[in-house]
Design a protein around this ligand. Structure first.
Ligand code: GDP
Length: 371
């Protein structure tokens, strides 16, 4: 008891509490391992037995060390983001750590977007957001790691931009980086040669290298938790109710001025002022409950129904912990999307005043309409 055990695969300190953190080992596996004298963390176990990468997150400190070590390399950086949660995908300070290395931006989860959305617009939007964050990607690729859409194309682009160097794949948690790496592993022939031994300098963490033909590697890195994700306000099944799982079916609401839409209890949209009734198109998870009410009744309705009619939060026990919604007002001068990061967006006409509401920290912003 109290003795520190290290994983013999990656050297991480073994712990049995936090599934998503380094060194997690189920209690039963730890006991078995101690008997046989070989303790593997769950991540290394899965890698050894199933050639499968499990997501893992790092503390800010270790992550900074990791980024610093990447800035000292001569490599291509593949930066994976969730197209549905660009703000929640941002790695704080990434631009300082890429050094002189080129960044290939990868927008994941394309499978949730309806076919009517123009890819060039999605690409432009992502590039603009990257630029605003101080990153100038050499290119932007749009993929779905889940359905493998354009993953082969991404691998071709990586080959084109890496110029014979190593490739570091970075991303915050929940963007689908592990899903992508697993897809890449399935595509690469040298599965058995997956390497887990060379350490990131200055961290407790070993890198996972997928060997390339010329002696170089694609290196998976741990994710970091981005606290501004909607996902962090949700638990268990709540997340699946909010995160689009399948291709979104847009829904049109004919709203009069001073009408409100609630998206479960996690977000809200108000059509405040405008000349007349307009159609507002909602892009969100198909099964998310959307409730229409009058703006004047909206606050009282929310207070009364949060955790009841308006879920998530899943029930009353979760209401106390649930962050208050914050209001962001916009006046449109062209057809626009009001984006609630991690949830989706509402397409609104020109010449109206609207508000988007989301939990404090989750960003709400406006862009020219994507359709
Ligand atoms: P990581 O934390 O970045 O490694 O993310 P994971 O690979 O664990 O994925 C996080 C969540 O996003 C999981 O629920 C995945 O099923 C889901 N996901 C990953 N890639 C995609 C994708 O291309 N499309 C969709 N719809 N979901 C995805």
């Amino acid at each position: 008891d109290g003795e520190v055990v290290h994983c013999i695969g990656c050297g991480a300190k073994v712990q049995t509490n936090d599934k998503n953190a380094l060194g997690y080992t189920p209690q039963s596996a730890l006991e078995k391992g101690l008997k046989s004298g070989e303790v593997y963390c769950q991540r290394c176990f899965r890698l050894r037995h199933y050639n499968e990468i499990a997501p893992v997150s790092l503390s800010d400190d270790d992550f900074l060390k990791l980024l610093t070590s990447i800035s000292e390399t001569d490599s291509l950086i593949v930066y994976v983001i969730d197209i549905f949660d660009v703000n929640g995908s941002l790695i704080p300070g990434l631009h300082r750590f890429v050094g002189h290395n080129p960044v290939l931006l990868v927008g994941n989860k394309m499978d949730v977007l309806p076919a009517s959305i123009k890819k060039t617009k999605v690409r432009d939007w992502l590039r603009q957001r990257a630029n605003a964050a101080g990153i100038r990607p050499v290119d932007v690729e749009l993929i779905s790691a889940k359905t493998n859409f354009d993953v082969d194309r991404l691998l071709d682009q990586i080959e084109k931009y890496r110029h014979g160097k190593d490739v570091y794949v970075v991303g915050v948690t929940n963007v689908g980086k592990s899903t992508l790496i697993n897809s890449v592993i399935r595509r690469s022939t040298g599965i058995k040669e997956l390497i887990t031994t060379s350490r990131f300098p200055g961290t407790t963490l070993d890198r996972i290298d997928i060997p390339l033909d010329d002696g170089h590697s694609i290196v998976d890195t741990p994710g970091i938790i981005q606290p501004e994700q909607m996902a962090h306000h949700l638990v268990g099944k709540e997340l699946n109710l909010v995160t689009p799982q399948k291709t979104i079916k847009p829904k049109v609401y004919q709203l009069n001025p001073e009408q409100t839409l609630f998206f479960g209890g996690v977000a809200r949209f108000d059509y405040e002022t405008g000349d007349r009734k307009h159609g507002f198109t909602v892009y969100a998870e198909n099964n998310l409950y959307i409730h229409r009410t009058k703006l004047i009744n909206a606050d009282a309705f929310y207070d009364k129904q949060l955790g009841h009619l308006l879920t998530p939060p899943s029930d009353e026990s979760r209401v106390a912990d649930f962050p208050a919604l914050e209001r962001h007002e916009f006046k449109t001068t062209q057809k626009s999307d009001v984006v609630i990061e991690g949830l989706g967006w509402v397409t609104v006409p020109s010449g109206v005043v609207v508000s988007g509401w989301a939990p404090k920290g989750v960003s709400v912003l406006i862009r020219p309409a994507m359709i």
